[in-house]
Design a protein around this ligand. Structure first.
Ligand code: S3P
Length: 171
């Protein structure tokens, strides 16, 4: 059996650029790319938004953990863009660190707000004050992202290409 290929996982808040950076990073490194949210939606057979509405967050976290564990167990080298809440479970954090090089795309709440203005897809941001919610999520999760990550990239407002370059210089 061949050894597992290099695997990278991007973690960070919703809107931090995990999917855009991940896709370009994978292309530059000649690796496959997997958007974990899309993999979960494929498995669920519906959108995350609809699943949240029907089954709630706890049921979603179960499915998220299963899909993540499955992807991390596969030997292919690739880049994974995780969902913003993937670090909430200790077992997910351990698996991510053990089976991939984890990169935290750290973004300010103000920048996230700018990018997520009018977003209809993220269930946690619907029907609430997005600034207050993002602050709450950031306060809760920033320590978890840092604990999980091997590298932290402060994203600010550079282009995706610049960010990919920054990630490549770190790894
Ligand atoms: C979530 C973020 C979403 C998605 C789900 C829950 C979260 O992914 O997994 O809506 O808890 O922050 P993105 O970070 O890609 O938006």
């Amino acid at each position: 059996m061949s050894a597992a290929g290099p695997r990278f996982a991007l973690v960070g808040m919703p809107g931090s650029g995990k999917s855009s950076v991940g896709r370009q990073l994978a292309r530059r490194l000649g690796l496959g790319f997997v958007d974990v949210d899309s993999a979960i939606e494929e498995r669920l057979g519906c959108s995350i938004r609809d699943f949240f509405a029907a089954e709630g967050e706890a049921a979603f976290r179960e499915r998220e953990a299963e899909v993540l564990a499955h992807l991390l167990a596969e030997p292919e080298g690739r880049v994974l863009a995780t969902g913003g809440g993937a670090v909430l479970r200790p077992a997910n954090r351990t698996a991510l660190r053990q089976h991939s090089t984890v990169i935290y795309l750290k973004t300010t709440v103000e920048e996230l707000l700018r990018r997520l203005k009018g977003d209809q897809q993220r269930p946690l941001l619907q029907g609430v004050d997005p600034r207050a919610k993002l602050r709450e999520l950031f306060t809760q999760r920033d320590p978890l992202y840092r604990e999980t990550a091997h590298y932290v990239i402060e994203t600010g407002r550079p282009s995706v290409a610049t960010l990919v370059g920054m990630v490549q210089m770190q790894i």
